[in-house]
Design a protein around this ligand. Structure first.
Ligand code: NAP
Length: 323
């Protein structure tokens, strides 16, 4: 007999979906058309004891209220900004996430975005593919860009959120000869990196500002006009945290008005919508939220979700409990 009714909120990793369906009774929220989803939840509410969500569709208050038998939300993500944690606490619903196993891949991507933005790797690739190298000559000579090509090695790197991912980014940046500083609420005594309690001071002293903090009510729009102006026209913003850390209209205006040098983004405020203006800019690198999308990390995240559900069913301690 299958042990648990599990609601999967949207398509994720195929291995995870197969294993969930093999081990449990699986309900796929995206299968009914959007207008029938409330009815689908109502019909199956008595059987759904677990929700597996991700950074696209988590477990919001309305969903939680619609599922009276819900016992656990096992998120296929480390960030829990799409889960109503307060509501889960109030109702005694357990919550787990997938920390650590994704740290290296996200930190790798932050460095990749920094180098791709500064060295204009994507633009150069497009230049070659379009035949322009052959027809128009060297990319460098035809470049109309802000300040040309810029080295990553040796830059002053500022990290917003020196947690698991931020620390892994810092280690990598150090290997490139960068000086590392950071902003977070807590000073980390075990590091030699300079701590700025004020994010504007960090931005003013950084050439590359990398966002890797969690999205909360406090950090929403932590990157506002003042921070962008402090980073300045030679500065580059890299975001592997969450889109809503940045006040997107302010940020887009700064890029258009050359008040900011460039940006490399894996995340956006209203995914999958990306401001049209960004798509037309040469000094930005845009990725469709792929920070953890490697075979190895997806498998490890899936195993953590499955392990947490198994522990819950067996009434054992959860592997990565948050609530
Ligand atoms: P973590 O270890 O919990 O680190 C979070 C960091 O955010 C901590 O250093 C924390 O420092 C800082 N922070 C929290 N509130 C803050 C505030 N008000 N002001 C300044 N800093 C604050 O989490 P992690 O595993 O490194 O993951 C970080 C985030 O990366 C996740 O929450 C997620 O949103 C994002 N992420 C993105 C991808 C992707 O695909 N692009 C993948 C995985 C994760 P203090 O508590 O000291 O302030």
């Amino acid at each position: 007999m299958k042990s648990l009714g599990v609601l999967l909120t949207c398509p994720m990793d195929s291995y995870l979906e197969e294993e969930l369906s093999r081990r449990h009774s699986l309900f796929r929220l995206w299968q009914p058309p959007p207008e029938k989803r409330s009815e689908f939840l109502r019909e199956n509410a008595g059987d759904i004891r677990a929700v597996v969500g991700n950074t696209s569709v988590g477990a919001h208050a309305e969903m939680i209220d619609a599922l009276p038998a819900l016992e656990i939300v096992a998120s296929f993500s480390v960030g829990l900004d799409k889960v109503d944690l307060g509501k889960c606490r109030e109702k005694g619903i357990r919550v787990t996430n997938t920390p650590d196993v994704l740290t290296d891949d996200v930190a790798d991507l932050a460095i990749a975005l920094s180098i791709a933005t500064l060295r204009r790797i994507c633009g150069a690739d497009r230049y070659l593919r379009s035949g322009s190298w052959k027809n128009n000559g060297d990319f460098r000579l035809c470049s109309k860009v802000w300040n040309g090509f810029v080295s990553f090695s040796g830059k002053a790197v500022g990290i917003v959120g020196l947690g698991r991912i931020g620390s892994a980014i810092a280690e990598r940046a150090e290997a490139f000869g960068c000086t590392v500083s950071y902003h977070s609420r807590t000073k980390r005594p075990q590091t030699n990196y300079k701590h700025y309690s004020n994010i504007i001071d960090l931005a003013a002293n950084s050439e590359v500002l990398i966002l890797s903090c969690s999205l909360t009510h406090q950090t929403r729009h932590i990157i506002n006009r003042h921070v962008i102006d402090a980073l300045g026209p030679e500065g580059v913003l890299i975001n592997v945290g969450r889109g809503a850390l940045v006040d997107e209209p302010e940020f887009v205006s700064a890029l258009i008005e050359n008040r900011l040098g460039g940006a490399g983004l894996d995340v956006f405020e209203h995914e999958p919508d990306v401001p049209e203006e960004l798509v037309g800019l040469d000094n930005v690198v845009l990725l469709p939220h792929v920070g953890t999308d490697t075979w190895e990390t997806s498998k490890a995240m899936s195993d953590l979700v499955l392990g947490n559900l198994k522990a819950h069913v067996q009434k054992k301690p959860l592997l990565t409990p948050v609530v």
